[in-house]
Design a protein around this ligand. Structure first.
Ligand code: SAH
Length: 213
């Protein structure tokens, strides 16, 4: 895997365009500038990796659009050492970005081939603070709960209760919810039995589905 000057130049332009679209979180922009997105995509799409678009990664899934990744990651307000659960490993790009921001990352994927591929890539990149699991995200990861933050990268029909129960008090989850189009929700656990919700705009994600593949 090579990260050439050409890749770096294209990436710089992409990150500038994301900044112009309103992302102001410098830590997120800097991490996206450092992380080669083309490592997470098929060779066939290498030339397109620095367009602000989602692309296929196999098994009918996609690597999210960079602007969407930037928005979700900014909403998550990641602090170093935080324990973060990601549902929907996919290519591993989002997990890698969280790792670069200093989080301790636990990421779940239901498609075994995607899980294995992302796990291998993340190991190669020596991002040591990321653990990959072949699991159904509806159940979360109870043995490692509670989490400071949870990020879901597939569109759910509702907020899965098992996931919100795995948040620390004061912790928050960023999750797109809806059938055809999803509303980005930021759910904060304000007390043992209390959750607050904020809406942060409309998006389109691949569906959050039950069961392992
Ligand atoms: N974060 C990914 C985006 C991948 S798309 C990236 O950076 O590339 C969303 C992923 O969520 C898909 O790979 C899909 O298989 C996965 N997914 C959907 N429902 C799931 C579930 N119940 N449990 C775990 N993963 C799920």
């Amino acid at each position: 895997m090579k990260d050439t000057y050409r890749h770096k130049g294209l990436r710089r332009k992409l990150i500038e365009s994301i900044r112009e679209k309103g992302i102001r979180d410098e830590a997120v922009l800097e991490a996206m500038l450092q992380l080669p997105r083309h490592f997470f995509m098929d060779k066939a799409f290498e030339e397109l990796a620095y367009q602000d678009k989602a692309f296929p990664i196999g098994n009918d899934q996609t690597i999210s659009q960079p602007l969407t990744v930037a928005i979700q990651t900014s909403l998550l307000e990641v602090n170093p050492r935080e324990k973060i659960l990601e549902v929907g490993t996919g290519s591993g790009y989002q997990a890698a970005l969280l790792g670069m921001l200093g989080a301790r990352v636990y990421t779940l994927e239901r498609h075994r081939p995607l899980h294995l591929q992302a796990q291998q890539l993340l190991r190669q990149l020596k991002l040591g603070n990321i653990r990959c699991f072949h699991r159904d995200g509806f159940k979360g990861l109870p043995e490692f709960a509670p989490f400071d933050k949870i990020i879901v990268t597939a569109g759910a029909e509702e907020v899965p209760e098992k996931l919100s129960r795995q948040l620390k008090i004061g912790g928050k989850m960023v999750i797109p919810v809806g059938k055809k189009v999803q509303e980005m929700l930021v759910v904060t656990r304000t007390a043992e039995q209390e959750f607050e919700q904020l809406k942060k705009g409309s998006f389109r994600f691949v569906p959050f589905l039950k069961g392992l593949k």
